[in-house]
Design a protein. Structure first.
Length: 130
């Protein structure tokens, strides 16, 4: 790996060591009457880098004498943010109200319904055979 490539990777990894700013997790507080609402989020990030170098060998099947050096690198990343809930702050209490992801709940309900239907049909088929 070249010195330039190592420097580039080192710079990107250095940025990764910086903590996620609080503003990415805690939203701007909103005041309504005697209540303050603060949105909360979960932030996930992943970065991967790879590099390699190799020398070409003579190709025996073609009886060619091809020589050379090849190198390459690749990198990628993912940043994901999803709502977790809200903090509701009043003079007397702080309450966490979680966000319910309705899509996940619906998928779980459909999966449970499909499993139940499968088990009922299987039981009926077995009872008719036996």
């Amino acid at each position: 790996m070249s010195d330039e490539m190592l420097q580039t990777v080192a710079e990107h990894v250095e940025v990764m060591h910086d903590p996620v700013p609080a503003r990415a997790v805690f939203g701007k507080p909103v005041e309504r009457g005697d209540r303050t609402v603060i949105p909360l989020a979960e932030v996930t990030y992943l970065v991967a880098f790879g590099a390699g170098r190799g020398e070409a060998e003579p190709h025996a099947a073609r009886d060619e004498m091809v020589k050379g050096v090849a190198s390459g690198s690749l990198g990628g990343g993912l940043i994901r943010s999803r709502p977790l809930g809200i903090l509701e702050v009043t003079d007397h209490k702080v309450k966490l109200k979680p966000v319910v992801e309705t899509t996940k709940v619906a998928i779980a309900g459909v999966a449970l319904g499909a499993l139940s239907l499968f088990l009922i049909v299987r039981t009926l088929v077995r009872s008719r055979r036996g």
